[in-house]
Design a protein around this ligand. Structure first.
Ligand SMILES: C[S@@+](CC[C@H](N)C(=O)[O-])C[C@H]1O[C@@H](n2cnc3c(N)ncnc32)[C@H](O)[C@@H]1O
Length: 267
């Protein structure tokens, strides 16, 4: 669809006036998705009202996948690809029949990315939110991975047996409750509270998760969790207390600490 220069300039000006950081990027994607000027105009209005671009477009690329995104799930972030990379770097045998588990799977982003790279792996994605799991299941079908993943309601790893998993991953909610109100409107007004709120110091989920991850991993199994940029020390300490002797940190592309990972020792 071709739009007049004047119309395009007017949309760009509205987005900029609304304080949208990447106004040109967003407008380009809106214009690619819209089928006529009326639709484009209404999408621009939604963005001016600070709805996330991913909700307006209905999807978001993550890793090599195209994921459906709605207000029921956290929009997958590019930073989370750090965790996927960390895990894949640790794999010796990519053909192995690995068992994966992703806690707080949301859209299914992490689990689906890992399973897409490991052709004989199987995975389970757990979330407290049934509406998030419905989106994760759709994403598995959309990316032709539904024969190797299942999604189940659960409270972190409570429903999984001891030593039943080779790789356990999570991107839990990690924002301190008091900070939530200061987040951008796209996040605080449009993303699920359950996906964001990490309690008073942002670490509640890690306190619960670390001993559970240790319990469900086989000896030699791999654990990786996403963290907030200032949480490496605290989360590594929680990992050590749970039994992961050599917790390490990996950085994202911006140079921020983003993932804590460790292997469960063989003995
Ligand atoms: C930060 S989001 C991560 C979503 C997705 N894994 C990603 O990386 O884009 C955290 C997820 O944890 C889920 N969650 C919160 N508390 C939970 C709990 N007690 N047990 C399982 N999942 C939980 C939320 O519903 C949300 O989907």
């Amino acid at each position: 669809m071709a739009y007049s220069q004047a119309q395009t300039a007017a949309w760009l000006a509205r987005l900029k006036a609304a304080g949208i950081d990447e106004a040109s990027f967003d407008l380009r994607h809106i214009l690619l998705a819209a089928i006529n000027a009326e639709m484009a105009d209404s999408m621009v209005t939604r963005r001016v009202n600070r709805e996330p671009l991913s909700h307006i477009l209905g999807d978001k690329p993550f890793w090599t996948l195209d994921l459906k995104v709605t207000p029921d799930v956290l929009t997958p972030r590019a930073d989370t690809e750090t965790l996927v990379e960390v895990v894949l770097k640790q794999i010796d045998d990519w053909q192995a029949a690995l068992r994966l588990a992703d806690f707080g799977t949301g859209s299914g982003a992490i689990l689906l990315a890992l399973v897409s790279e490991l052709p004989n792996s199987h995975g389970i994605g757990i979330d407290l939110s049934e509406s998030a799991l419905a989106i994760a299941r759709e994403n598995a079908v959309r990316n032709q991975l539904s024969d190797r993943v299942q999604f189940q309601t659960g409270d972190w790893a409570a429903g999984l047996a001891d030593q039943s998993v080779d790789i356990a991953v999570s991107n839990p909610p990690y924002i301190a409750s008091a900070v939530l109100a200061a987040l951008d409107p796209e996040v605080k007004d449009h993303e699920p509270h359950l996906a964001l709120d990490g309690g008073a110091d942002g670490l509640n989920a890690y306190r619960l998760l670390m001993p559970q991850l240790f319990r469900i991993l086989v000896p030699g199994g791999l654990m990786a969790v996403e963290i907030g940029h200032d949480q490496a020390g605290a989360v590594s300490e929680l990992a050590r207390s749970a039994g992961f002797a050599d917790a390490r940190t990996a950085r994202d592309l911006a140079g921020n600490d983003r993932t804590v990972w460790a292997r469960k020792r063989e003995k």
